[in-house]
Design a protein around this ligand. Sequence first.
Ligand code: HAM
Length: 421
Amino acid sequence: MASEEFQPLQGMSDLSSPEISIWHRIESTTRRVFHLYGCEEVRTPVLEKSTVFERTMGDTTDVVQKEMYVFEDRGGRRVALRPEGTAGVMRYIAGLGQDGNDARVYYIGPMFRCERPQAGRKRQFHQLGAELIGPANAAADAEAIAMQVQLLRELGARDFKVQLNTRGLSEDREAVVKGLRALLEPRRAELGEDDQRRLDQNILRVLDTKDEKSLPIVKSLPPMTEFMAESSRAYLQDVVSHLKRLEIDVVLNPRLVRGLDYYMHTVWEITHPALGSQDALAGGGRYKITIGDRAVEGVGFAMGMERLVTALQKDLGDAAAAPKLALIWVVSLGPAAFQENFRLVQTLRMRGVRCGLDLAGRSMKAQMRAADRAGATAVIIRGDTEMEKGVFVFKDMATGTQTELAMPELLERLQSVNLVA
Ligand code: HAM
């Protein structure tokens, strides 16, 4: 176990090679796919006034009540590290006025929730997400889901499942809460402790309980859509039909409510079996969020990138990583060859060849060992003899064969190995 001095804070991680290569592939694929759907990137600050999150996410949500990193800055202002991306984006969109009415944006970046660290739950994690602004429209909801599914397919994820439900409109809320309360209140004592608290504060959250004590009761409840107006049920059916037209399979899950307060109409989660008990790869839904005198309507989602990396490693193994350029190592026999090779390496890099060389004047054996350690595909060896003859010795590391090549052949050969390891 490395000394604590070298460790980041609990629940936070250094992201580095080799996994970072999977992150790169996720990020570049996200940018490309989301661009196809008309989204532009927005980068909002990581730190905001705490009210940005409190008013958007609802102050009875677990994230706001228990998990936000909130503190006073040096000027005595109450600020918070963003626990999710939507609230900051809504502040930004509301600030655009009319120009924000049909904005489509996406974001990629770190989020912070001071949760009890466990598998799949980090205190600093990363999300990629998108928000499609516009009034309630079942086709837009289907498009937001399609965007995520296309991303997952292009990344090569296989075993994911889209679960769909509706939260109805705010008008339905009262009937749903009343209906659920009538069924749950008589059985209050049989519910887990957290769910008894939710019964008072945010009854819908009882539905997505993970508490073994509450589960049998919750599973016996009718789907909450039964308490909703016909039009809300029809909206959900519209989303399902649109998705069918796009050949996207979904599973209706009447107990799915999502942990954030801003949703209305469609909500969904994408789950993946590689994730264990925290199996939500992504979550999203439609919302109407009021900021000052503006109401922003839209539909959006966020995907947990750590969880996505885990899912891709499970589905793809080594192929989860971004392909790398082959590495060429240049070995110098003597100081004169080093001078020439130092320049050669620069020239090759300018031609797009990924290469390296020993800068410390070590022995040939040490240089070959370094090439091996760095995972070089081929080595170019040059000493006084080669310089006199105007050639390079090209060694293929996989086969061990060595060939003497002049510059034009060397470049040709490099082009063929440079394609990707
Ligand atoms: P969320 O469900 O809170 O939704 O988070 C979305 C995803 O972020 C989760 O499905 C999960 O993969 C990942 N995630 C959340 N918390 C953690 C954690 N502690 N450690 C690792 N991964 C985590 C939202 O954040 C909404 N803003 C989504 C949205 C956008 N709805 C509308 N627009």
